[in-house]
Design a protein around this ligand. Structure first.
Ligand code: FPP
Length: 252
């Protein structure tokens, strides 16, 4: 496989949109199963091809200078899939962590995980921790993988922390504002996504970043995730660049 793009000489720079890129792009990677079915292949073949598309998405984010990329890899609802598929997906994650981390680290990528990592096996939890530690000093691209993640679960967990802080007297309910609440989410310290892309033609958020998506631009692509290419990323950024973001304010 080719290595990630260099910092100083981005390929195809002339084709990049002129407007500044979104600081934070989040992607709902959907359609692996349909991609496999269309080829008469088992679902795991779709997930493997999806993992290769993850690499293309990271390369594209690096090339465009996007600083934050968040990928929805496994939802809290995905545990309800057939046992074999869950086991295939966790095996793929294990393999991905072993095979990709050194290169991600060498390319200035910082990896973080949001979600209930504790639901994964101890060896995967250890690999995730190790990957976070190895890449902790990097700042070129903040790559966040949402694993066993659910937006409502995240909000409930934050509400529980708020309740505990009130109970111990550490927080006065009158002081609870958006920033105080957001600091208790898995995404504490991260900017909200500017752009959320979902592949496969489905048009919903499916419990992804519910709090954080408040003002995100949404782009739904008619491409199955394993077919996701750098051009789709560029096209989404060009579409985003043409949008007017008002954050609830009246047009000027
Ligand atoms: C949705 O497709 C995709 C998933 C549930 C898993 C996403 C996993 C990957 C992209 C590969 C592994 C990722 C990493 C970071 C190693 P689907 O199975 O719901 O597809 P369908 O809707 O067509 O059935």
């Amino acid at each position: 496989m080719s290595s990630f793009p260099a910092i100083t000489a981005p390929k195809g720079a002339l084709a990049l949109p002129l407007a500044p890129p979104p600081a934070h792009v989040a992607i709902i990677m959907d359609g692996n199963g349909r991609w496999a079915k269309a080829r008469g292949l088992p679902r795991i073949a779709g997930h493997r091809a999806g993992a290769r598309a993850v690499r293309r998405a990271i390369e594209a984010a690096l090339e465009h200078g996007v600083r934050w990329l968040t990928l929805y890899a496994f939802s809290s609802e995905n545990w309800r899939r057939p046992r074999e598929e869950v086991s295939d997906l966790t095996a793929l994650l294990r393999h991905y962590l072993k095979s990709e981390i050194a290169e991600l680290a060498a390319n200035g990528v910082r990896l973080r995980v949001i979600g209930e990592a504790a639901r994964f096996s101890p060896d995967i939890q250890a690999s995730l921790k190790e990957a976070e530690t190895i890449t902790a000093g990097n700042a070129r691209l903040n790559l966040t993988i949402a694993l066993s993640y659910g937006g409502r679960d995240e909000i409930i967990a934050a509400a529980r922390k708020v309740a505990e802080a009130v109970k111990t007297g550490a927080l006065d309910p009158a002081d609870l504002d958006e920033a105080a609440f957001a600091s208790r989410l898995f995404t504490a310290g991260m900017p909200d996504p500017d752009l959320i892309i979902r592949t496969s033609g489905e048009r919903r958020l499916s419990n992804f970043l519910l709090w954080q998506a408040a003002y995100a631009e949404l782009i739904f692509l008619n491409v199955l995730w394993p077919d996701f290419a750098a051009t789709h990323f560029s096209e989404a950024l060009a579409d985003y660049a043409g949008r007017e973001r008002r954050f609830g304010a009246r047009p000027g």
